[in-house]
Write a protein that binds this ligand. Sequence first.
Ligand SMILES: O=P(O)(O)OP(=O)(O)OP(=O)(O)OC[C@H]1O[C@@H](n2cnc3c(O)ncnc32)[C@H](O)[C@@H]1O
Ligand SMILES: [Ca+2]
Length: 486
Amino acid sequence: MERRYMPVVIFLAAITVGIIIMVVISVVQNKPLYQKYKYGIVLDAGSSHTSVFIYEWPAEKENNTGMVQQKHTCNVKGKGISSYSANPQGAGASLQECMNEAKQKIPAHRHPETPVYLGATAGMRLLRMENEEASKKVLDSVALSLKSYPFSYQGARIISGQEEGAFGWITVNYLSENLRKPTGTLGALDLGGASTQITFVPQQKIESSDNSIDFRLYGNNYHLYTHSFLCYGKDQALKLSMGKKLESTLKTDPIELRDPCFHPGYKVPRTVPDVFNTPCTKELKLANENFLHVGLGNWSQCQQSIRKVFNTSICSYSKCSFNGVFQPSVYGDFGAFSAFFFVMDFLNLTSDSLATTKEKLAAYCSTPWEKIVGNHPKIDQKYLSEYCFSATYILTLLEDGYKFTSNNWKDIRFIKKIGDSDAGWTLGYMLNLTNMIPAEAPDMPLMPYGGYVTFMFFFALLILVLLLLVYLYFRRSTRTAQKDII
Ligand SMILES: O=P(O)(O)OP(=O)(O)OP(=O)(O)OC[C@H]1O[C@@H](n2cnc3c(O)ncnc32)[C@H](O)[C@@H]1O
Ligand SMILES: [Ca+2]
């Protein structure tokens, strides 16, 4: 070969190697080139209602944070499964509509491999305490119903309060992509109808083993504090609080329960068993079973009455939240979801200081019931009548119970969703049961996406320059050759 062609050969070889490197990198970086989705179904059988969540994730990326997303949610009509204690078959039947919807939403070829989990929370915990046989029948009924669908049934059970708290924490931190990063995590505050959970990474030692959970996720260790207060969800707390008022007032005035937590002008006839039909309140025997629930609309008196449901006089640890439960000082940012969000969002109280929140709430509680109904004709009157109580309960729970202060009030973010997915325990529960959060960090892509794009750009540029040089070299050498001939 002529020596003058040597540089050309070297250039061509360099270009070929360059192209091969680009192809290899883009194949490794972008596999798979088309995405196949997988699905999972979790039923949240709460005390007040059941929701069916369908999750979706790219089949090849199961181990990446933030990859699993909520594709669809369906609210089961009617009350929670624990309300079917007298008619257990009804519990299973109630799921049919939403499960049929799930069949439509998930591609048929994926049905057999799609796991279905049902987790029941505080409503079923209470029913189990009251009547274990009935709670078993209800679970059998929902299990039978779920097994009749073409999915992969994985069980229906009552989850523990610790699981509920811990999986809520995993959900919010998975969705916020806090795992795998050395940055802080988000505490989780969940307020249901029958229980409430607080979960966070504390700075102090956890003094009671019941409140401690350890996880190793993506190569990081997390030492979590968690507690679930049964009977301190907003519906049961209302019963606890009304029960205390009834105990002290009905003996003297058996006709009326004058309640500062309800609006002035609010007047509803109730029966004593309405309030005492739960293991959360001890039974009160009164001659008169009927009473009139009368609103007074006085926020500070309401708060005083709610404080009575928190026992802060006993504590055998260095510090407690209430009822003798150990709790380290709250630390870091918190995501407060479910009823924390529904209530505070309805009242527009999600972004004020603690002092302003109290002022606005006091004004709201003293607004006449007639005016409240007039302002919100479309809102269910049961919810509407309870917002003053619920928000006052939330403030008291957070401030007197968990010891948030006006300084760290801003660290609480009232949230419903993160991205497209609801905050709640269901996603964390599924990620855990499908082993989608590995203990060790999975293999990283060859390089971060930004780095990959930059690399490819400059490599392509380099090849262009090389091509140009080859072209120029060729032109020059052909011209020189022509001159030589001439
Ligand atoms: O966790 P548990 O205690 O089992 O209960 P749950 O799962 O059924 O509880 P939710 O978070 O679904 O709801 C909490 C409470 O908020 C109520 N709720 C739901 N939507 C609401 C809204 O838009 N406004 C006010 N309250 C609402 C609901 O009736 C419950 O009393
Ligand atoms: Ca719940």
